[in-house]
Ligand binder design. Structure first.
Ligand SMILES: Cc1cc2nc3c(=O)[nH]c(=O)nc-3n(C[C@H](O)[C@H](O)[C@H](O)COP(=O)(O)OP(=O)(O)OC[C@H]3O[C@@H](n4cnc5c(N)ncnc54)[C@H](O)[C@@H]3O)c2cc1C
Length: 466
């Protein structure tokens, strides 16, 4: 790393509208923490950007001074890919603006926005940009890596709704990525992560939804998860694309707002959202509420913003240590269900999740080479989300996630979802080849065009083609 000299540093501080912070500066510690406390790096310099010009100056400064750069959108990277030890953190947290054009059904979203920001503005017009299921997650990292949410089977991945983006590349140039401007860049940012530059703004295509949606959240005893999953599989295999559903296992803390029967009780939750008429949706999803012994049922017509924030309290920022792994499955045979069920009943920490997602629908309407995001056809994904509190428990929890992932891997396609990939002693390239499949070669070529020196390398890294 080059030694910092005062004059250029002062020039940077003078040019940036946002804050330029060093460890001794007041405010350094208060910059929004990362989600995963396993990766709370201490950058030598934080540039909190207020706009594209700030991002350009930060990129040019880091490049000219040989500083490694981490980029932070919402800070939810499970792998810690928005943190750095030393180097520069380019923090987009101040850039959370969202503007909706209801007539054209477009939303312009700044690169540091959270899904809560987008939902708040788009739902005002009964529209949705497909996001994730926790409103505190960043738009940028989730979208650039794919993006699965409650409307994925009706409207596809988050990246599938990206109409255009503004990208600050490694040379400091601001480029538009769209079907007509830099189409190779447009192709690559839809799934290829933060490899190609810093997205300062997305334009999303919006779709009709809400303000209320038909919502299912039915809790069954975890001991019944095998039977529940068998019934769920039968249901989802014939469900219309309007239904997006998941099975989650978790142990809720004792919360006075929840009935005592689920306090500290491991449960399997069947969740579902119907992207269409609310009454019809409640009728169509009724079988999801009858898959076993119901402990508690929160189902009913629900404001979509309520669905989006409902799980937030389980995922507090800067509190948990996290190591996740995922597998796509082409089918869900009984033996896979039995493996998932065994794992779900053997979780080492209450907030550790074993999730089975139903995919397909609109996700599979996009060809695997149409965007960088290659996995389009697998109808299921299982993710094992290890989350615990104490650093002393790291090894045991990481080992448990790995063993479950290996067990379930016997039924998997071999591909992983990079947004759900934790890093302990793995390198940032872990999983990249399987995730991108035959798109990797083209991604490496686009990387060579826009970032030949691999300036943006703290990400699920794609090496530039030579
Ligand atoms: C509690 C929780 C819930 C989640 N739920 C879902 C879900 O429902 N669906 C789903 O698909 N995923 C989900 N995820 C995974 C999520 O997609 C990833 O963690 C994602 O990286 C989060 O985006 P972020 O902007 O917060 O990430 P960050 O940590 O800020 O960044 C992640 C990566 O993206 C890069 N990046 C961030 N911003 C930019 C930018 N503006 N331009 C270029 N590169 C950038 C970073 O450099 C880094 O490599 C969840 C994660 C958590 C922790």
């Amino acid at each position: 790393m080059a030694t910092r000299t005062q004059a250029p540093f002062d020039a940077l501080r003078a040019s940036i509208r946002g804050d330029v912070l060093e460890p001794a500066d007041p405010g350094y510690a208060a910059v929004r923490g990362t989600f995963n406390t396993m990766h709370d790096g201490r950058p030598a310099l934080i540039v909190s950007c207020c706009g594209t010009a700030d991002v350009v100056d930060a990129v040019n400064f880091a490049r000219d001074h040989g500083l490694p750069v981490a980029v932070r959108g919402g800070g939810h990277s499970i792998a810690g890919l928005s943190a750095t030890e030393g180097g520069m953190l380019i923090d987009l947290a101040p850039m959370r603006g969202v503007h909706v054009d209801p007539d054209r059904r477009l939303a312009h979203v700044q690169g540091g926005a959270l899904w809560a920001d987008v939902d708040r503005e788009t739902q005002r017009f009964g529209l949705v940009a497909p996001g994730g299921v926790v409103s505190d997650t960043g738009v940028a990292g989730l979208t650039l890596g794919g993006g699965y949410g409650w409307v994925r089977r009706k409207y596809g991945l988050s990246c599938d709704s990206v109409f255009e983006a503004e990208v600050v590349c490694a040379d400091g140039e601001v480029r538009t990525a769209s079907e007509i401007s830099n189409p190779d860049l447009y192709w690559a940012i839809r799934g290829g992560g933060g490899n190609f530059g810093i997205v300062t703004s997305f334009t999303f295509e919006l779709h009709p939804l809400g303000p209320d949606v038909a919502f299912v959240a039915t809790m069954y005893p975890v001991e019944e998860v095998g039977e529940v999953l068998r019934g769920w599989r039968e249901y989802v295999e014939q469900a219309p694309n309007e239904v997006t559903s998941v099975c989650v296992t978790i142990t809720f803390p004792a919360n006075p707002e929840m009935p005592e029967v689920v306090h500290d009780r491991p449960v399997a939750i069947i969740g579902g959202v119907y992207a269409g008429d609310v009454d019809e949706g409640m009728k169509i999803m009724q079988p999801l509420r009858e898959l076993g012994t119901v402990l508690f049922d929160m189902s009913g017509p629900t404001p979509f913003t309520g669905v989006q924030t409902g799980f937030d309290p389980l995922f507090p920022r800067s509190t948990l240590r996290a190591y996740w792994k995922s597998q796509y499955l082409d089918e869900l045979p009984d033996a896979a269900i039995d493996t998932i069920a065994a794992k779900a009943q053997d979780r080492p920490a209450p907030l550790t999740l074993v999730n089975t997602f139903h995919m397909g629908g609109a996700i599979a309407n996009v060809g695997e080479e149409e965007t960088a995001f290659a996995e389009r056809t697998a109808p299921y994904m299982v993710s094992i989300d290890g989350m615990w509190s104490e650093a002393g428990d790291d090894d045991a929890n990481i080992a448990w996630v790995r063993s479950g992932w290996n067990d379930i891997g016997r039924f998997g396609t071999g591909a992983v979802y990079l947004n759900f990939t934790g890093l302990a002693d793995e390198t940032p390239e872990a999983g990249v080849a399987t995730a991108f499949g035959r798109n990797l070669r083209r991604l490496a070529e686009v990387k060579a065009t826009y970032d030949p020196d691999n300036f943006f390398r703290i990400n699920n890294n794609i090496a530039p083609a030579h």
